[in-house]
Ligand binder design. Structure first.
Ligand code: MD6
Ligand code: FE
Length: 207
């Protein structure tokens, strides 16, 4: 499932695995039935703004945002139904990526699906809604390249820019598990397989 290649530690606890999937489109294609059951949507923030990335989830839990704030819940607020199951292939890939990055006991219960059109971005934030911060986060990117912004423990800390390309993974945890991060506005382009978009999957252990 995974290519041989060297994980690169870009910062303390932040591991980049470039071009790590042997068959990235297998994962992308597995999203089709998931997104039929739980369509992509632009969630609201507590303040009433819409997130520019369109989102959905699969797994026992899903990440949601609305006027009440952020949380994980077992069902899709749009349909009232449980989130679609996480494909076994997804959890296997995520577990294997975490292990390669040095996290041996990871098992995801959430796969958050982020879809960016040209111009969409994600402001600096911390991933802090999970219960156990000893568990890492595993992120996979597909389609157009983007600049990933990697900050520090304070919002005002300097930001490092990392290019995430089709079929790249990023794993982080440990002492940097709560670092601020985000993505820059997606630049115009046309990916040969995915067109004018970027898809990001982030695997987490929420509970
Ligand atoms: C993105 N990702 O890459 C946004 N969070 O589209 C995230 O916010 C993120 O990629 C935690 C871990 C990995 C991530
Ligand atoms: Fe995040």
């Amino acid at each position: 499932m995974l290519a041989n290649g060297c994980p690169v530690e870009l910062a303390s606890g932040l591991v980049h695995l470039p071009q790590v999937l042997l068959e990235p489109m297998k994962m992308v294609n597995a999203l089709t039935p998931i997104l039929q059951q739980a369509p992509l949507r632009h969630m609201q923030t507590r303040r009433g703004f819409k997130l520019s990335a369109a989102m959905s989830n699969c797994g026992a839990l899903g990440w949601v945002s609305d006027r009440l704030g952020y949380r994980y819940q077992t069902y899709d607020p749009e349909t009232g139904k449980p989130w679609p199951e996480m494909p076994v292939m997804f959890s296997k890939v995520a577990v294997e990526l975490a292990a390669r990055a040095g996290y041996a006991h990871f098992w995801p219960d959430v796969c958050l699906i982020n879809c960016y059109a040209v111009g969409a971005k994600m402001a600096l934030h911390q991933d802090a809604d999970e219960q156990d911060f000893s568990q890492p986060i595993v992120s996979l990117s597909f389609g157009l390249p983007v600049l990933f912004l990697w900050g520090g423990l304070q919002r005002s800390d300097p930001v490092q820019k990392i290019v995430l390309d089709h079929s790249d993974a990023l794993v982080w945890g440990g002492s940097s598990r709560l670092n601020f991060h985000g993505v820059a506005s997606l630049r115009k382009g046309n990916h040969p397989l995915l067109g004018e978009q970027r898809i990001n999957l982030t695997f987490r252990r929420a509970c």
